[in-house]
Design a binder for this molecule. Structure first.
Ligand SMILES: O=P(O)(O)OC[C@H]1O[C@](O)(COP(=O)(O)O)[C@@H](O)[C@@H]1O
Length: 330
């Protein structure tokens, strides 16, 4: 990262690897709660482990996308400082993205975070964001958030030199998306419904093996920023627009520095400059395999990427609790 010009290049190379340890810790702790029907305990375990893991990362980090405000979140609240000291960076976290799916033992839960140089992330309030995303290597503006699903699919099919019938559109399985779903199906596309976890849904557009051509629909705005951070590294296009349910939400956005609350944010508007992104699978999904646990051991599957180099690494971690119990046991 460009924060400390005197720091050797090696330090930010190492930082990317340190971040994997943090999402691994959160995922392993959350994995103890997979399928146990208790999403708050799963989330609490992930938050606690992620917070502790940050203590050994050599950064002076400020949480800008976190678990909520100081008075509502005991840890990883917005404004909290994390890290053991080092370059000043901003942090976006979602220690357990997909709390309900983890509790229900369903696919797609991940532990994730992103790091940017100071001021690099959009300070998104915890409200909905309308989102549309496609993968890399396509003409700029091939899809647009204000175009109809049919128009977007037609343009996307043309750019990909495929038929609309070959395209898969991913969206959250919500009543509010029924018109989008109907329009996509009527246009001939196939729909992949996910119960939760739209960070993975958006990122899937940029992972050829995931089989997703376009992501569309409303999800959390903080999750939108995390997804944008991933796309900054892996490539792909995304547009997001905040959705306000009342004036208080609009005011809240303004108080967080969003001067034009109705603007359409692109990837660079949500995650600027040098960005790193890490995610570890909790339950198996399109993006990552979940934690595999055996007595005293766990295997984790993570993705870590940097915008500076465009390198994307898939990391399989084999963890032995008999030797290293403290970090990972909630
Ligand atoms: O469940 P809603 O209100 O449709 O919100 C959608 C958001 O919830 C999630 O599906 C899961 O979020 P949580 O992990 O906080 O439960 C996100 O991925 C998504 O952005």
């Amino acid at each position: 990262m460009s924060i400390n010009p005197d720091a050797p290049l090696q330090s930010d190379r190492n930082l990317a690897m340190e971040l994997v340890r943090v999402t691994e810790a959160a995922a392993i702790s959350a994995s103890r709660w997979i399928g146990r029907g208790d999403k708050n305990s799963a989330d609490g375990a992930a938050v606690d482990a992620m917070r502790r893991a940050f203590d050994s990362v050599a950064i002076t980090g400020t949480v800008v996308i976190g678990e909520g405000e100081m008075d509502e979140a005991p840890m990883l609240y917005i404004g909290e400082k994390v890290g053991s000291g080092g370059p000043e960076v901003d942090i976006a976290v979602d220690p357990l993205e997909g709390t309900s799916i983890c509790a229900r033992g369903m696919p797609n839960a991940i532990a994730t975070l992103a790091v940017a140089e100071k001021g690099g992330f959009l300070h998104a309030p915890d409200i909905y964001m309308d989102k549309i995303a496609v993968g890399p290597g396509l003409p700029d503006g091939v899809v647009h958030i204000d175009a109809s699903p049919k128009e977007n699919l037609r343009n996307l099919a043309q750019a990909k030199k495929s038929a609309i019938e070959d395209l898969v559109v991913c969206t959250l399985d919500r009543d509010r998306h029924k018109d989008i779903i109907r329009a996509c199906r009527e246009a001939g596309a196939r729909i992949m419904l996910i119960p939760d976890g739209d960070v993975a849904g958006v990122v899937a557009c940029s992972q050829p093996e995931a089989g997703v051509d376009m992501y569309i629909g409303w999800g959390g705005a903080p999750e939108g920023v995390l997804a944008a951070a991933a796309l900054r590294c892996i490539g792909g296009q995304m547009q997001g627009r905040l959705i306000y349910e009342d004036d208080a939400q609009r005011e809240r956005a303004k108080s967080m520095g969003i001067t034009d609350p109705d603007r359409i944010f692109g990837v660079e508007d949500m995650a600027r400059g040098d960005v790193m992104f890490s995610a570890t699978g909790v339950t198996t999904g399109a993006m990552l395999r979940g934690v595999q646990r055996t007595a005293n051991r766990a295997i984790t599957h993570s993705i870590v990427m940097r915008s500076k180099t465009g390198t994307v690494r898939y990391i399989e971690g084999h963890h032995n609790f008999a030797i290293k119990p403290n970090l990972f046991v909630a």
